[in-house]
Design a binder for this molecule. Sequence first.
Ligand code: GDP
Length: 477
Amino acid sequence: TIKGSKESGKTVDKLAGGLLTADFNEDSCLSRYHKSSLYRKASPYKPSEYLVFKLRSYEMLHKRCGPGTDAYKKATESLSHDEISVGECKYIVWIAVYGLGNKILTLASMFLYALLTERIILLDQRKDISDLFCEPFPGTSWLLPLDFPLTDQLDSFNREHSRCYGTMLKNHHAINSTTTEKIPSYLCLYLIHDYEDTDKMFFCERDQDLSRQVPWLVFNSNLYFIPSLWLIPSFQTELIKLFPQKDTVFHHLARYLFHPTNQVWGMVTRSYNAYLSRADETLGIQVRVFNRRAGYFQHVMDQILACTQREKLLPQVASQVITTNNTSKTPKLKAVLVTSLYPEYSERLRNMFWEGPSSTGDTVQVYQPSQEMYQQTDKKLHDQKALAEIYLLSLTDKLVTSNSSTFGYVAQGLGGLKPWILYQPKNLTAPEPPCVKAMSMEPCFLRAPLYGCQAKTVRITPFVRYCEDRITGLKLV
Ligand code: GDP
């Protein structure tokens, strides 16, 4: 059985408070059940009973409608003939675009949208998604079969495509439920950071009534659009039932959906056991920089030190050797996990704490798993390292992240951590203050619609705020 059991003296809640189904074979995915809870502290946030109920209903729906079923066959046949299918199954297709953090946030957003609209999600598997994540739904697959009729078109669903909703609106081809105008068999939603006002109409109540009738929705997105779903009145009532604690949406969805494959899990556990498990305290520092000019390194480094010392996350390095033996206190081992594409930040930190003693007498150990140097999205091993590092960051006690980075957002959400966010350095100096503690662990919707139909709800909804690191972004608090 895989209910809560005692292992190495620790009670582990393998099903994460009911979030996970018990219907999987344990060895198929080591990260899914107890293996994961041995590394992670139990989350203090419990999923609502209603969320658990909806997840189990979703799993049944996915089994009924997923690949290989008669329903799927019927729905894809009608799609080939551009006809409306009449079955009970409606679908969302995810196109794999942008970096891993972007992908994970978009998948979580789409999955919640699917829960709200009784659809199932299917994932474009032409890239490396199945090398990264285990299947989350039992007895079926979340991968879109490669012979899906629109596969060859997936890469063409850009902003100008005539089947994308914003473009249709621009060309005055709005689908209209009150006229006899034909409802399309599929619709593309272009929700990429450079989308336009007509694309943003997707987040309007009235437009939801229309897209609800379309059997296939294809999402071309790289955004965490959940905050704006809360601003659609008909969804808000349901969302409050699902997530009475509003700032736990991504935390629960991520723990439900994203289980690293055994290969990635091996990387996570080897790092964890070698560098983090014996520490008294762990600190994660995510350094995402887009500039490698000589001066830039110094002021980002200054900023990291200013932030970690001001917030008492790291001790200072004493200027002279401390001779008095402070025996009243046993020195602690502090492990610092740095993630970055570049090696120089962790090298400087490691040297600092080797060259001089820490002011508190504590030992500081600095570790950086990889230095990939440049982003190589969709390359299997590169992406696996990125996922392993996101996961490792999420296992730390305290976390410092770089502003506006989806990589950091995923780590904080998975870990249930409110990070200290490093502000964007401006004018070649470290900003003052260097960092700010996040209001909540939720990711920021970096390009949220703020005007049009959502203008009023943005103003009157107290739990959706402007992000700390992006004044025009929205996040749940
Ligand atoms: P964002 O661009 O910061 O929002 O995050 P994304 O994850 O969407 O895209 C950045 C990509 O660059 C990652 O997915 C990785 O491929 C790579 N990358 C950036 N920072 C790191 C890092 O600290 N470690 C590793 N291994 N890869 C990184």
